[in-house]
Design a protein around this ligand. Structure first.
Ligand code: ARG
Length: 419
């Protein structure tokens, strides 16, 4: 084989790690012309070195793209507005990053006249689904090649393959853990974490401090929102990137954002995943607090359903889908009055909302207060409740009090005193 590009050109999503480094060589040997694409989503990697490594291993071109702003603006922010958290735990960092990478691969594939894209995902995970389905949605004419699904090598085989072909093995290949990260969070799996009974050891955490080592004084931070998007920290206007970076650092210093999730993968495997996501945890909490004080009660209740649906959709690889457009139309409508400030306290692993306010808040003191200035009409409650309870009153009268026996046993022995 291996004479040039008998099988055509593919754009490989290249992280610089072991799998995708081996993939460059393997794809070439199969007969592909490989173009490497590395997208910076805030991982603080040496991108120049990765680009050079791609060429050294045999890519015919190597692109590096700064994806940080598009990632925040087009993927993270709408999901924050939606309140998306998978299975009540996972803020979806990786799940949000994949469709962006796929979209950029498609764009580069068009520029390069490639006939396919390639990725380094295994056949057991969610990420393959996200790449494959995103590509299908954006460019059904492109084929997807997933070497790791095909080559049947385990980790040791790969390391051996790399040595044999003079592929530099990245230092991370020594770690027992498999990690992924971007601005919205970091995930850690494998190693001892595969025992769901084992507490995550210290060394898996890189972004967050052990609560025992956190400062003894709490930090307070005020997040300002405009129409559901964060626009300031402590009263100072900030760009999206600054807000997320600052909260990752500050939250991490106070041990905020550790998540230990026994997770349901799309393909039917349960998996134990540990996450660090300080900014995501703080911002989702702050956003929720602003919704609490601003959204009408029925809108809030329905939006909870949408949030869950949104998270499932993102997790399951359906970012580029008619469902997202439809859900976002609802989400966007709910964010129109979501302007205001939320104050949080970060302290030894916990982030707590301690204050919230909005010029358009539905919390109204003259209605809520038990003190002076109460304008609430107490008399109106009786009539309302009479009608509200009409159904159960009628049922009790016509069909009997069903729980009578339970009530007797609940009461038990009774002490009665009379003068
Ligand atoms: N379980 C998470 C998800 O499905 C994180 C996956 C991390 N991916 C990885 N290749 N290490 O989104």
């Amino acid at each position: 084989m291996a004479d040039g590009a008998a099988l055509g050109k593919v754009v490989l999503a290249y992280s610089g790690g072991l799998d995708t480094s081996v993939a460059i060589r393997w794809l070439k040997d199969q007969g592909y012309d490989v173009v490497a694409l590395t997208i910076d989503l805030g991982e603080k990697k040496d991108l120049d070195a990765i680009q050079e490594r791609a060429l050294k291993i045999g890519a015919s071109a190597a692109y590096v793209v700064d994806g940080k702003l598009p990632f925040l603006r087009h993927f993270v922010w709408p999901s924050l507005q939606a309140g998306a958290v998978y299975e009540r735990e996972y803020p979806l960092a990786t799940a949000l990053g994949r469709p962006l990478i796929a979209a950029m691969q498609v764009e580069i594939a068009r520029r390069e006249g490639a006939t396919g894209i390639a990725h380094g995902c295994t056949g057991k995970g969610n990420d393959q689904v996200r790449f494959d389905v995103s590509t299908a949605a954006l460019a059904p004419e492109l084929k997807v090649v997933a070497p790791v699904r095909e080559w049947g090598m385990n980790r040791d085989d790969e390391i051996e393959y790399a040595r044999r072909h003079d592929i530099p093995v990245p230092a991370t290949a020594e770690s027992p853990y498999s990690t992924d990260e971007n601005l919205w969070g970091r995930s850690i799996e494998a190693g001892i974490l595969e025992d769901p009974w084992a507490e995550p050891p210290r060394e898996v955490f890189e972004w967050t401090r052990d609560p025992r080592q956190c400062p003894d004084e709490p930090a307070y931070v005020e997040v300002g929102f405009k129409e559901g998007l964060p626009v300031s920290l402590d009263g100072r206007p900030q760009e999206a990137l600054e807000i997320v970076t600052t909260l990752n650092r500050l939250g991490g210093e106070h041990g905020v954002g550790r998540i230990d999730h026994l997770e349901n993968r799309l393909i039917g495997i349960k998996s134990r995943e540990v996450y660090e996501a300080p900014a995501a945890v703080v911002l989702l909490q702050a956003h929720q607090a602003l919704e609490d004080i601003t959204l009408p009660k029925d809108v809030a209740r329905f939006k909870d359903l949408v949030a869950r649906e949104w998270a499932q959709m993102v997790y399951d690889g359906l970012w580029f889908s008619p469902l997202r457009d439809a859900l976002y139309a609802f989400v966007a409508e709910t964010q129109r009055h979501l302007t205001g400030e939320v104050r949080l306290k970060l302290f030894k692993g916990a982030s707590t909302v301690v204050g919230r306010k909005s010029p358009e808040q539905l919390y109204q003191l003259q209605l809520a207060t038990y003190g002076k200035g109460d304008t609430f009409d107490q008399g109106a409650a009786a009539g309302f409740i009479k009608l509200w309870g009409m159904g159960v009153r009628t049922a009790a009268q016509v069909q009997g009090r069903l729980q009578e026996r339970d009530l007797k046993s609940m009461l038990g022995e009774v002490k009665r005193l009379a003068p």
